[in-house]
Design a protein around this ligand. Structure first.
Ligand SMILES: [Mn+2]
Length: 696
C-alpha cells in the first residue's frame, strides 16, 4: 500500500475571541479547543464543562406544551384510551418507549402504541392506521418523532373522532397541522432556545412538562429515562451540544448500570464491557444498528417491546433476536459491498470517473444506502448504487465534503423518475435504460465543477501541539470535553517529532507503534491499520502526526498516548525540498555546467562516483524485489541525517539512469515511483549528466 494522499486542515484560531478567555484559569490548549467549539464566555464554558440537569430549559417554553399537557391529563382523568404513534427508526423507537413507560408507570394512563411498518406503510402517519386506531376506541393520538407535515391526516383523524397531539423535531412546512397541540422546536412561532433536539428529546420535554404539572409525581422519576433518550439522541445524529450534551453527559454515566432491563440486554449482546465508558460511537455503531434491524425486518415493535418489558428473560430473548437480525443485515451488506467493489474494479476507470455509478439486479433495496457510504469511503468519491427491478432502478447516492450530489442530480433531473435528498446523500429512481446516460452526464458535470482537491480526503486538526506539552494532566482536562460526537468531535492535534522504536504490531501485523521524540520528551503513539507506513519511514526521521490523545493504562501505570490517524514527513522539510527541486530543474535547463557549480558549492560530503551509482542501483533492485516501487527519497538516506542536498544527489542519480534508459521514474515529493528497465548494459560515461557531475 502506498501512503494515501490526504489534506490536513489546521483550524484557524480566532485570536480575538481568545482574548475573552485571558483571565480564565485553564491551560492554553484547552482554551483553544473551547474557542474552536464557539465557547468563549465564562458562563458558556462553565455550562459546557459541567452539564447539569438543572440547566435543562423550562419545557413550557415550547409552544403548545400547556395545551398538550392539559389534554393528556384530561384523557387520564377520564380513562380515555391513548395511543402513541411512533416511527420505526431508533429515534422513533426510543421516543415511543419513553412516553409509553412514563404515561403507564408514572401516570397510570390507559396507553398503547402504534409503529408503522417500514416496508408496508413507510414513513409518517397514514390514514389506514388512524382508521384502525379509531376502531380500537382510541380517543387521543400523540405522535412522537413524526407528524409535522401530516395536515391531511390530522383532518381525517378528526372525522374519525380522534384528537391528536403532534410532537416532532423535523422541519416544518408552510402549513402546521390543525391538531390539538403541535410541539416542534423548529416551528417558526416557537421561541424555545434550542431547536436541535432529536424526536426523543422533544418527547422528553413532554414528560418533563407532565411531571412538573403533577404534584403526585416526584420530578426525580423522569431523569432515569435519559438512558433511553440518549440512545435516540445519538442515533439520530443531532449535535451533542446544549441540551443534547446534558442528556448524553448524564446518561452515559448511568447507562453502564442502567435500570432498564431492555437496554441492559442490548448492551450485553452488543458486547459492552461493564467497566468501560459509554460513548456516542458505541451507540452509533453497535446499539443503533441492532435497534434498526427490527425496523428493517419490518417489525419495529420489537424495539419498543425490548425497552418496555420488565422481564429480563423477554429482554434477552428480544435482544438476541435483534442481534441475529443484525448479523443477517451485515452479511447481506457485505455481499452487496463485495459485488459493488468487483463491478467497480472491472468497469470503472478510476482516473476518469469522478462519480461511481453501479447497478445490479441482485441487490436488496434496504441496505444499499449503507453500502454506498462504504463505497464512497473506500474510493473517496461520490457514489450511486442502484438496484434494478422490472426495468426500474432505485438507488442511493452518497457524496464527499465539498460536492453536492443533490445539485449534480438536479442538473440531470430530466433523466430520472424522481429524486430527492441533500448535499451529502440522496435517493433516486430511474429507468434502467437511462442509467448509462445518467452516469455520463454526472461525470461531465463533475469534471466541470469539482476542484482539484475535492477527491482528496481531508483531515481536521484543532491545533498544533508541542510534544513537550503532552502530559497526563492535559489529557485528563481534554477529557472534560466528552462526550464527543456530532457537533463536538474529539479534539485532533498535529504533533512533530523524531521517530523512535518504529514497529508493526497486532495479530495481523496491521498496526503501527512508535515513539515520537523531541529534545526533552518522548511520547508513545499507536496508529491502527497504519502498518504500511512502516515501509516509508525510518528511525530518526522527523515527522508530523495527526492524532487524538488518550491515556494508556497498563499494569497500573498511566502514560500519555497519541492515537495516530495519519503521518507524514514534516511539512517544512518537504516544502524546502520542493523549492530546491524547482531550482535544480531550472539549472538543468540552463545546461549541466551550472549543476556542477551547485554541487561543488554545497560541499557534499560524499561525491558522486561509479560506486555511488552502483550502490544506488542495487538499492532500487532490492526495493523492486520487495515489490516496493514507491519509495520516499528520505528513506534512501542511510544515515537518517536528511538534508536537501542528499535528496538532490538521489535525484541526479535517477536522472542519469533515466538518460541511460535503464530507469523510469515519477516524482511525487517526497516520494517517487520507479520502474527498472531490464536487460540493458550501459556505461555511465555515456551519460552527459554523469560526466558533468562526477567527482573531479
Ligand atoms: Mn428523528
Amino acid at each position: 500500500m502506498i501512503p494515501k494522499k490526504t489534506i490536513w486542515n489546521l483550524r484557524k484560531q480566532d485570536t480575538n475571541s481568545m482574548l475573552d478567555l485571558a483571565e480564565y484559569p485553564l491551560p492554553d490548549p484547552i482554551k483553544t479547543l473551547l474557542s474552536n467549539r464557539g465557547l468563549t464566555r465564562k458562563e458558556d464554558i462553565d455550562k459546557f464543562l459541567n452539564p447539569k440537569i438543572s440547566d435543562f430549559y423550562d419545557p413550557y417554553l415550547l409552544k403548545d406544551m400547556e395545551i398538550a399537557v392539559d389534554r393528556i391529563q384530561k384523557s387520564i382523568k377520564e380513562q380515555e384510551k391513548i395511543c402513541i404513534y411512533g416511527d420505526y427508526d431508533v429515534d422513533g423507537i426510543t421516543s415511543t418507549s419513553t412516553l409509553y413507560l412514563f404515561l403507564k408507570h408514572e401516570m397510570g394512563a390507559d396507553v398503547q402504541y402504534y409503529i408503522p411498518d417500514r416496508l408496508e406503510e413507510g414513513y409518517g402517519i397514514n390514514k389506514e392506521a388512524l382508521k384502525s386506531l379509531a376502531e380500537r376506541d382510541i380517543k387521543l393520538v400523540i405522535t412522537v418523532d413524526t407528524g409535522i407535515t401530516a395536515c391531511d391526516e390530522v383532518i381525517y383523524g378528526k372525522t374519525l373522532g380522534l384528537d391528536m397531539i403532534i410532537t416532532d423535531h423535523h422541519e416544518c412546512q408552510e402549513q402546521i397541522p390543525d391538531a390539538i397541540a403541535v410541539i416542534d422546536p423548529k416551528r417558526k412561532d416557537c421561541s424555545y432556545p434550542f431547536d436541535m433536539l432529536a424526536g426523543v428529546g422533544v418527547t422528553f420535554k413532554l414528560i418533563h412538562a407532565l411531571a412538573l404539572k403533577n404534584s403526585h409525581i416526584k420530578l426525580d422519576c423522569i431523569w432515569k429515562y435519559l438512558d433511553i433518550v440518549a440512545v435516540g439522541t445519538v442515533a439520530d445524529i443531532v449535535p451533542l451540544i446544549d441540551e443534547n450534551r446534558i442528556i448524553t453527559y448524564q446518561a452515559f454515566r448511568n447507562i453502564p448500570n442502567t435500570w432498564n432491563v431492555g437496554l441492559k440486554a442490548l448492551l450485553k449482546v452488543s458486547g459492552f464491557k461493564e467497566d468501560s465508558k459509554m460513548t456516542a460511537g458505541f451507540i452509533g455503531f453497535r446499539i443503533g444498528p441492532r435497534l434498526n434491524a427490527s425496523g428493517r425486518m419490518g417489525d419495529a415493535k420489537r424495539g419498543v417491546e425490548l425497552f418496555t418489558t420488565e422481564s429480563e428473560e423477554t429482554a434477552i430473548e428480544i435482544a438476541e433476536d435483534l442481534d441475529r437480525e443484525n448479523v443477517n443485515r451485515q452479511e447481506v451488506e457485505q455481499t452487496i459491498y463485495n459485488e459493488a467493489v468487483e463491478l467497480i474494479e472491472k468497469q470503472a476507470n478510476l482516473d476518469e470517473e469522478k462519480i461511481l455509478v453501479v447497478a445490479s439486479h441482485n441487490w436488496h433495496h434496504g441496505v444499499i444506502g449503507i453500502v454506498a457510504s462504504k463505497i464512497t469511503e473506500r474510493y473517496y468519491r461520490p457514489s450511486i448504487l442502484l438496484c434494478i427491478e422490472d426495468g426500474v432502478a432505485t438507488g442511493s447516492a452518497r457524496s464527499v465534503e465539498g460536492f453536492s450530489i443533490f445539485n449534480a442530480l438536479q442538473a440531470s433531473k430530466d433523466l430520472m423518475n424522481k429524486f430527492g435528498g441533500h448535499e451529502m446523500a440522496a435517493g433516486l429512481s430511474i429507468n434502467e435504460d437511462k442509467i448509462q446516460v445518467l452516469k455520463e452526464q454526472l461525470n461531465t458535470y463533475a469534471s466541470g465543477t469539482m476542484n482539484e482537491d475535492t477527491l482528496i480526503p481531508k483531515l481536521k486538526a484543532d491545533m498544533a501541539l508541542e510534544l513537550e506539552t503532552i502530559d497526563l494532566n492535559l489529557i485528563e482536562m481534554i477529557g472534560q470535553l466528552e462526550p464527543y460526537g456530532m457537533g463536538n468531535p474529539e479534539p485532533q492535534f498535529m504533533v512533530k517529532g523524531h521517530i523512535q522504536d518504529l514497529k508493526v504490531i497486532g495479530q495481523n501485523q496491521s498496526h503501527l507503534k512508535m515513539n515520537l521524540k523531541s529534545t526533552y520528551k518522548t511520547v508513545e503513539g499507536i496508529g491502527f491499520n497504519l502498518a504500511y507506513f512502516n515501509s516509508y519511514f525510518n528511525k530518526d526521521h522527523f515527522i508530523e502526526v495527526l492524532c487524538s490523545l488518550s491515556i494508556n493504562e497498563w499494569n497500573g501505570m498511566k502514560k500519555p498516548q497519541m492515537m495516530i490517524k495519519d503521518l507524514r514527513y514534516e511539512g517544512i522539510a518537504v516544502n524546502h525540498l520542493k523549492e530546491y527541486l524547482s531550482h535544480y530543474s531550472k539549472i538543468k535547463d540552463e545546461g549541466y555546467n551550472k549543476l556542477k557549480e551547485l554541487f561543488f558549492t554545497n560541499e557534499i560530503e560524499e561525491q558522486l562516483n561509479h560506486r555511488s551509482f552502483e550502490t544506488f542501483y542495487r538499492q532500487l533492485r532490492h526495493f523492486e524485489k520487495l515489490q516496493r516501487t514507491y519509495v520516499s527519497l528520505f528513506q534512501l538516506i542511510d544515515d537518517g541525517q536528511i538534508s536537501v542536498i542528499k535528496c538532490l544527489r538521489i535525484l541526479v542519480m535517477l536522472d542519469v539512469f533515466k538518460e541511460l534508459e535503464i530507469v523510469e521514474y515519477e516524482l511525487d515529493l517526497p516520494y517517487f515511483s520507479f520502474q527498472l528497465i531490464k536487460d540493458k548494459k550501459v556505461k555511465l560515461s555515456d551519460s552527459l549528466l554523469f560526466e558533468s557531475v562526477k567527482e573531479a
